[in-house]
Design a protein around this ligand. Structure first.
Ligand code: MN3
Length: 203
């Protein structure tokens, strides 16, 4: 068997019921153990298909497998960030250098938040706050699926999953209440660390 990378599902950084009442134990269990695991499995399966195709010199299935790497890989990476972006001790607003950068790039925290909420309300996938190393600024991006709406080179520092599996069991069609709940558990220390990592890597 040719070698290929083998992604693994990282454990949640808190208990399954830790984000209640904002996100239920049931939703976190399904979302992490079934949905996120599915993206990890899909990524590994696609890698295996690609490795076998290279070994056999038959690339007829490779394009579909590469598309699967993008879909499942983005699903895996964004869920990994999403879990770390939340904490039972979260909430409040960003502080320090991240706060300054948000105010510089969006005019105010409220200007950033309103735009991020617009992305979260409209996307059929994710709302992302990213650091764009080309323009050297923060941006909000609405993303469909896991990978439609990406800005190449940008590093996500805050991710809100607005797939229906993320909120429908808890909030029904009221996505806005889920987005409000997300802000009650955002761990801004982690977002600030991701920002510093991105800026340090690119600047
Ligand atoms: Mn999801």
């Amino acid at each position: 068997m040719p070698e290929h990378s083998n992604a693994e599902l990282p454990p949640l950084p808190y208990d399954y019921d830790a984000l209640e009442p904002h996100i239920s134990e049931q939703v976190l269990t399904w979302h992490h153990d079934t949905h996120h695991q599915g993206y990890v499995n899909g990524l590994n399966s696609a890698e295996e298909t690609l490795a076998e195709a290279r070994a056999e010199g038959d690339f007829s299935g490779s394009a579909a497998a590469m598309q699967s790497v993008s879909h499942n890989g983005c699903g895996h990476y964004l869920h990994h960030l999403f879990w770390r972006n939340m904490s039972p001790d979260g909430g409040g607003e960003p502080e320090g250098e991240l706060r300054d950068r948000i105010e510089e790039d969006f005019g105010s925290y409220e200007g950033w938040k309103g735009e991020f909420e617009a992305a979260a309300g409209a996307a059929s996938g994710w709302a992302l706050l990213v650091y764009d190393p080309v323009a050297k600024q923060l941006r909000n991006l609405p993303v469909d699926k896991h990978n439609d709406g990406a800005l190449w080179g940008s590093h996500p520092i805050l991710a809100c999953d607005v797939w229906e599996h993320s909120y429908y069991y808890d909030y029904g069609p009221d996505r806005g209440s889920f987005i409000d709940a997300f802000f009650e558990v955002v761990d801004w220390d982690v977002v600030a660390d991701e920002y510093q990592t991105a800026v340090g890597h690119f600047e």
